[in-house]
Design a binder for this molecule. Structure first.
Ligand code: NAP
Length: 249
């Protein structure tokens, strides 16, 4: 593995779950990381945990003006970037008869529009040789009932990994995605389910996973760090699935 000493990265949603685990691993390998998120408490905890190697800023990926401020602060502190992890996202599930305009708009606003604006705003900072990683989902390979809008928002990111790889290859920028399966993160506590409902759903899901367990955020983060680093220099337009075999076996 190449060292990441002196390298600089930006992560949206780097204050929680997979994004935080990725920031931790990048910092451990010597990189500096700019992190955008919304929640003051986890942003402050991230700053405390990772120290001066990180720049932490509050902002919403659905707000291009806030993204602009974030990347302006990043440029001021770090200069150019070696990579961008487009990770901020939300999950919500509903069968087609229950899907509302608000369900569609809110999911696409964060998961697709927010991801797109993030890449647009980061692009001037990405140096030749940089990598972009998008956070998709294994659900794009499954026909999971109730996930139509969430999965469509994620499938669009895998499409971006290919189209933007083609568009940015001449600038020396690679674009890839990861497809996490069920990864233990705070995402599940944001679904509006009771503790009992969550536990029952988790037990049922785990039974479908060949490894019989949810993944750890660190396990997804290792795949992200591979795609962000020069270790994956010959990988473009790919989605690396990290799902304990759920969508593949
Ligand atoms: P998480 O712990 O809930 O993290 C989500 C992150 O996204 C948080 O840092 C959150 O920041 C940030 N975020 C959400 N909306 C945002 C917005 N509008 N503006 C800025 N930041 C925003 O969950 P996670 O599992 O690590 O999720 C990370 C990504 O992995 C998501 O894109 C998710 O869809 C994807 N994923 C997760 C799983 C899984 O099983 N966990 C599976 C497949 C894909 P705040 O907390 O500050 O709001």
């Amino acid at each position: 593995m190449d060292t990441l000493i002196g390298k600089t990265y930006a992560i949206t949603g780097g204050n929680s779950g997979i994004g935080f685990a990725t920031a931790q691993q990048l910092v451990r390998r010597g990189a500096r990381v700019a992190i955008l998120g919304r929640d003051e408490q986890t942003l402050a905890a991230t700053q405390r945990d990772l120290g001066t190697a990180v720049l932490v800023q509050r902002g919403d990926v659905t707000r291009p003006d806030e993204l602009r401020q974030f990347f302006s602060a990043t440029a001021h502190q770090f200069g150019r970037l070696d990579g961008l992890f487009v990770n901020a996202g939300m999950a919500a599930f509903a069968p087609i008869d229950a899907v509302t305009a608000e369900h569609i708009t809110s999911l696409l606003a964060v998961n697709f529009n927010g991801a797109y604006y993030t890449i647009q705003q980061a692009l001037p900072l990405l140096r030749s040789g940089a990598a972009i990683v998008l956070n998709s989902s294994m659900y794009t390979a499954l026909g999971m009932p109730g996930s139509s809008i969430y999965t469509a928002s994620k499938a669009a990111l895998e499409s971006l990994a290919r189209t933007l790889s083609a568009e940015l290859v001449e600038r020396g920028i690679r674009v890839n995605a990861i497809g996490p399966g069920n990864i233990q993160t705070p995402l599940y506590s944001r679904l509006g389910m009771t503790a009992g409902e969550l536990e029952a759903a988790a037990t049922a899901e785990a039974a479908l996973i060949p490894l019989r367990r949810f993944g750890y955020a660190d396990e997804a983060a290792r795949a992200v760090v591979f795609l962000l680093s020069p270790d994956s220099s010959y990988v473009l337009g790919e989605t690396l699935v990290v799902d304990g075999g759920r969508s593949r076996l």
